[in-house]
Design a protein around this ligand. Sequence first.
Ligand SMILES: [Zn+2]
Length: 209
Amino acid sequence: MHSLQNYGLSDTLTFDACQSAGEPAGYDAAIINILTTTATPATLFLGGLWMQRYSAQTQALAGNPLFELGNHSWSHPDFTQLGPAEMSAEIQRTQQLLLSLTGQQPTLFRFPFDRYTDEAVVVVGQHGLRAISGDVISGDPDPQVSARAMVQAITGQVDNGSIIIMHMNTRGEHTAEALPEIISQLREQGYTFVTVSQLLGLAPLPTSP
Ligand SMILES: [Zn+2]
C-alpha cells in the first residue's frame, strides 16, 4: 500500500489561469517549461475564458502527465456575490469546455480570489467537484513582490502537505523568475512535489519518490 508517508515531506504547487470578461490574460509558457524541465508535477486551475483563448495550450497541458487540471470558473467572478444558479452556470460551462477540449472531466475546483460561502461549497459539490484552497499564498499577482521575496515567502511558509498558490496567466510578473529557486530549495528541504489529488489520496502516487 503506497502512502504519502513513504515520501517524507510532500507539497503541491498550484497555478491559476484566471481570466475575467473583457480582461485578456496571458499564458506564462516559461512556468510550464520550468515545470517540465525539472519534472515537477503541478495542479493547474484553468478558467473557461482563459481556455477559450488558449485552447491548443490547454490540450497540450492535458496531455502532459505531470499536470492535473482543475476548474477555475468561467469568468472569474466573486462567488460570494453570486446566487446558486449563477454559480452553477460558471462551474458547468467550464466543466463542459474542459471535457470537450481534453476529454477529461476535472474533479477539483478553485474559487476565484479564493472567496466563497458555505452555499458556494455545496454548489461546487453538486457538480462532483471538490473545492481546493491553499495555505501558502505567494503574493505573485503583486508586481511589487520580487522573485527573491516570493522565494522567501513560500519557503518560509511551507509545511508538510502544503498547497501553494501561484498564477500562470502572466499576472504573476515574477513567478517564472522565482520558480526554479522555489523548486530547488523545497527539494533540498526534502519535499516531494505531488498533485492535489495525490496529496489528498485521491490519485495514485508517483512510482518512485
Ligand atoms: Zn484566479
